[in-house]
Design a protein. Structure first.
Length: 164
């Protein structure tokens, strides 16, 4: 199980200083999540897919909000052994301000606390910003899924992180 909101917000006291607020997302945030998906991904999750994800106990998502609303989020799925990062995105005007790194570090802290063996994700070979983000946070390339993405036929790189 993912830790409760009370347990993880302590890690984010510095975010409050930046007038941002971190929250665990719920089904009522599906519309805002979908709006970010549309801005950030070529194959966005629909609002219905976002809403349905919250019905799964193994799913969780954490979002950063400013006064206008949700500016970025990370969504996760966990098995007994592993946390998988499904999506991480920040709206274009708020990029390069360290928000994705904050969200990713939160995931790594959660993973340590949950005692899983590691964190895994897939990324398009051409997604240089995301690859730089993951490598900068200690992820290592673990494999390739050939022609994984149906829209472009791009390969997916598999990245993993293990607590040490
Ligand atoms: C990838 C993404 C989440 C990064 O969000 P962000 O908030 O701008 O990232 P951060 O500001 O936290 O950057 C952290 C590090 O990532 C790397 N990075 C981020 N954007 C980068 C870019 N455009 N070019 C090169 N490196 C980049 C850098 O190493 C950066 O550290 P630095 O700013 O100290 O150099 C954002 O570009 C995005 O939403 N992209 C579209 C969705 C997506 O592709 N998600 C990943 C799916 S696998």
């Amino acid at each position: 199980m993912f830790p409760s909101e009370k347990e993880f917000t302590g890690d984010f006291s510095h975010v409050a200083v930046k007038r941002l607020c971190l929250k665990r997302l719920e089904a009522r945030h599906a519309e805002a999540m979908h709006a970010i998906e549309r801005k950030c991904f070529s194959l966005p999750w629909s609002e219905a897919q976002c809403r349905a994800a919250f019905e799964q106990r193994a799913f969780a998502a954490f979002g950063l909000f400013d006064r206008q609303g949700l500016i970025g989020y990370v969504s996760l799925y966990h098995t007994p052994d592993e946390v998988e990062i499904l999506n991480i995105a920040v709206v274009p005007p708020r990029r390069r301000q360290g928000h994705a790194r904050r969200l990713l570090r939160l995931v790594l802290r959660l993973a340590r606390r949950m005692g899983v063996q590691g964190v895994a994700l897939e990324v398009r070979t051409g997604n240089a910003p995301a690859i730089a983000l993951y490598e900068g946070c200690g992820f290592r390339r673990a494999g390739v899924r050939r022609r994984y993405y149906v829209d472009t036929g791009e390969d997916a790189l598999i990245y993993t992180w293990s607590p040490s």
